[in-house]
Design a protein around this ligand. Structure first.
Ligand code: NAD
Length: 475
């Protein structure tokens, strides 16, 4: 019998009569069952979060900080169990799953050190004006399947530190490690402060529409982000939207081909390309295009795709059937249009699991679907460019604005180009690095608001200005 997991509601692990199957994408076997929560479970979770809010929000920040640090420590103490479970449900190789779980612990630990100090706006003989940050109340957190534990923790940690309480919904594709974490932390925070409930996608709109939730923090696709914005407009809930991206990497002619080939590869293929900030379009200057594209293709040939639980696997399966079909569709479109493949392109439909070989396209046109759309899979288009002006225009010609990268021997030139890219993050000579102290967020249809850093923390609060007229005290 497969393991059955439970919701965390009001400090208790509780089950539901209806359950959902969770599948291992490496072999399509059912590896667990989780609650198929609906209106009733959501109402219980929100009621618990609402009841816990007054006492939690009034605790000194040092007490809340200690709870976030205890969560961070609990994640680290249970690293082994959590990363194996994560690989089984998500597909990513063990080393990357370890990285995600450790990353979640480190990020929460680092975020716990942030402060919410009052700010003095005016302090004169006449008046004292002060801004304090007030927690918004009950937060609804909605999380995707690519980094399920990291995303859950990056919502729980700042919510708790700010004084909010939270009801969190993992993706139905990857709820296991998060529910196990729920069990591990159930006594760390007071009952009702953290609630984690699972359900189908249909649970999402119920969260967005719930009248007793004050804010939604969402990470996921742009299409769902738009629905959330619409749903949240009914009662003007605050929202933070971390959405899709179609990030461009720009490789200038002075880049060191040998050094960047491997890094460019992993900027695209880590987590089988299922990263919002993965390089999804790589523009290489024409002077080094042939040499660099050959070097990347050669590197790719030695990378093992397979079950993330097996030693030596560097790229796992695509996480779910829906995403697998989408990636296959984009590859078929490239074939139908006669685009050239440097590596890969053909999958074996008879092997169980959602495997796609590393696939690299050779200079497809700018309007190819694989270039214009977010592929979110192990397929990367390499494109040639001639001038800086041209490549900046092409990089910015996207509905998305999440991140980007510039590779060059001249960091000043890299920064000059970075400043012209219309994205929330730009890396020069590195990739995928996120700091717990720097705001992370998108522009255009990659969303708005921020996570991480002081700005991310402030998203869980509203500013209250208290003004005292000093020379007007009634007798
Ligand atoms: P998704 O939008 O399909 O699902 C995300 C979450 O929303 C899931 O928990 C899902 O159950 C829930 N959901 C589905 N329909 C809903 C609705 N109508 N209302 C409310 N919630 C609903 O996204 P996904 O396929 O899980 O994740 C992949 C996408 O996420 C990619 O586009 C990727 O770029 C994006 N992403 C963005 C970031 C970022 O920080 N910007 C990070 C990771 C992933």
């Amino acid at each position: 019998m497969v393991t059955q997991y439970k919701n965390l509601i009001n400090g208790q692990m509780v089950s539901t009569s209806e359950m959902l199957d969770v599948v291992n994408p490496a072999n399509e076997e059912v590896i667990g069952q989780v609650p198929a929560s609906g209106e009733a479970e959501l109402n219980q979770a929100v009621a618990a979060a609402r009841a816990a809010f007054p006492a939690w929000s009034k605790k000194p920040i040092e007490e809340r900080r200690a709870v976030v640090q205890a969560i961070s420590a609990t994640i680290k103490e249970n690293l082994d169990e959590l990363f194996r479970l994560l690989t089984a449900e998500q597909g990513k190789p063990h080393a990357q799953a370890q990285g995600e779980i450790m990353g979640a612990s480190l990020m929460a630990g680092a975020q716990s050190t942030l402060d919410l100090d009052d700010e003095i706006n005016e302090d004169t003989d006449e008046r004292l004006s002060r801004t304090r940050r007030v927690p918004v109340g009950v937060v609804g957190g909605i999380v995707p399947w690519n980094f399920p534990v990291m995303m859950a923790v990056q919502k729980i940690a700042p919510a708790l530190l700010s004084g909010c309480t939270i009801v969190l919904k993992p993706s139905p594709f990857t709820p296991l490690a998060t529910l196990r974490l729920a069990e591990l932390i159930k006594d760390v925070a007071p009952a009702g402060v953290v609630n984690i409930i699972t359900g189908e996608d249909s649970l999402g709109p119920m969260i967005t529409a719930h009248p007793d939730i004050d804010k939604i923090t969402f990470t996921g696709s742009t299409a769902t982000g738009k629905k959330i914005m619409e749903g949240a407009s009914k009662d003007l809930k605050r929202i933070t939207l971390e959405l899709g991206g179609n990030d461009a990497s720009i490789v200038l002619p002075d880049a060191n081909v040998e050094k960047v080939a491997e890094q460019l590869f992993w900027s695209s293929f880590t987590n089988a390309g299922q990263i919002c900030v993965a390089a999804k379009r790589i523009y290489i200057h024409e002077d080094i295009y042939d040499e660099l594209s050959t070097a990347i293709a050669e590197y790719a040939k030695n990378v093992k795709v397979g079950d993330g639980a097996q030693q030596g696997t560097a790229v796992g399966p695509i996480q779910n059937k829906k995403q697998y079909d989408r990636v296959l569709e984009l590859v078929q479109d490239a074939k139908d249009n006669g685009y050239k493949f440097l590596v890969g392109g053909d999958h074996d439909p008879d092997v169980p699991g959602y495997y796609m070989p590393i696939t690299i396209l050779d200079n497809p046109p700018e309007d190819a679907r694989i270039v214009a759309e977010e592929q979110f899979g192990p397929v990367m288009p390499l494109m040639k460019f001639s001038t800086e002006e041209e490549v900046i225009r092409r990089a910015n010609d996207s509905e998305y604005g999440l991140a980007g990268a510039v590779w060059t021997a001249d960091p000043d030139k890299g920064v000059e180009i970075a400043e012209q890219l219309e994205t929330g993050t730009v890396w020069v000579n590195e990739f995928l690095h996120l700091s717990p102290f720097a705001p992370f967020g998108g522009h255009k249809q990659s969303g708005f608001g921020a996570e991480y850093g002081k700005e991310g923390l402030l998203e869980f609060t509203y500013p209250q200005v208290i003004t005292v007229k000093k020379d007007n005290v009634p007798a």
